[in-house]
Design a protein around this ligand. Structure first.
Ligand SMILES: Nc1ncnc2c1ncn2[C@@H]1O[C@H](COP(=O)(O)OP(=O)(O)OP(=O)(O)O)[C@@H](O)[C@H]1O
Ligand SMILES: [Mg+2]
Length: 242
């Protein structure tokens, strides 16, 4: 398998705090990777660095073998990298359907506009994540946290990314919603999606990842299958010491 993403020796400091310290890992094409660790470990910062929403102090990033360390966010998005936000960020003045449409890449959007209403991809995506006919016409302000998370996911899936960064997609969801989102991710994986999943809900994460990287205080403390890392003494201590 070829590496879809490789992160080399990445470091990010905020003043005196080193949020990410000499971090190195890679994700193969078609693989799903879990990124876990206690609060403040640096997981979201890693996503911010991969998306170029923050610039690293040192280290390099490679996507499909190409160095992207200096690429701005839009260039990385164009290559096929997308993310969800831990705090959902919908467009408040747009309905669920319109929000999903905004996630589509310009080419797809153009095709949709020229083909007219029979091409209803954004509605299909809305249904896939579990929105009802009524809900797709609603505005973000009317949605529950669960539905805001579903919208966040639908918006990113609409872009048909090659690599998806999932930041706490299960937080605030019911057991039923978690099952629905999990099923969708399994389906997307079969279609070739690679993802990195950050989640405090380890029970939900476990069946959805091939491999797990564990961070604590900005550094990797363990790497392996879910079973392996959970059995690791350093990992247990990191979580207990929270
Ligand atoms: N923009 C910022 N400025 C200053 N400090 C920051 C900034 N972003 C993150 N930090 C700090 O960097 C560290 C890592 O934060 P980060 O949000 O990446 O952790 P996390 O693993 O995502 O945590 P959580 O599980 O709570 O979401 C924390 O100590 C945090 O306070
Ligand atoms: Mg976070």
């Amino acid at each position: 398998m070829t590496d879809l993403l490789e992160v080399r020796d990445l470091t990010k400091r905020f003043g005196g705090l080193t949020a990410v310290r000499n971090l190195g890992f890679s994700v193969s094409e078609g693989e799903s990777l879990g990124l876990i660790g206690p609060n403040g470990a640096g997981k979201t910062t890693v996503f911010n660095l991969i998306m170029s929403e923050l610039r690293q102090d040192s280290g390099e990033l490679f996507f499909q073998g190409r160095e992207i360390s200096k690429y701005p966010t839009h260039a990385r998005v164009k290559l096929g990298i997308a993310r969800t936000y831990q705090v959902p960020r919908p467009f408040g003045e747009m309905t669920v359907t319109e929000n999903i449409r905004m996630g589509m890449m310009p080419d797809d959007l153009w095709q949709m506009l020229t083909k007219g209403p029979q091409h209803d991809a954004e509605r299909d995506i809305g249904k896939d994540v579990g929105f009802s006919e009524r809900e797709v016409a609603m505005y973000p302000g009317e949605l529950s946290m669960g539905n805001l998370r579903k919208l966040e996911l639908a918006r990113t899936i609409a872009a048909e990314p090659k690599l998806l960064l999932l930041d706490e997609v299960f937080a605030g969801l019911t057991v039923g919603e978690i099952a629905q989102i999990s099923e969708l991710l399994v389906e997307k994986r079969k279609q070739g999606l690679t993802y990195i999943m950050v989640s405090h809900d380890l029970r939900a994460l476990a069946p959805l990842v091939d491999r797990v990287v564990v961070m604590s205080f900005g550094a990797i403390i363990a790497e392996g299958t879910f079973k392996e890392v959970i059995a690791d003494k350093k990992v247990r201590e990191a979580y207990l010491g929270q």
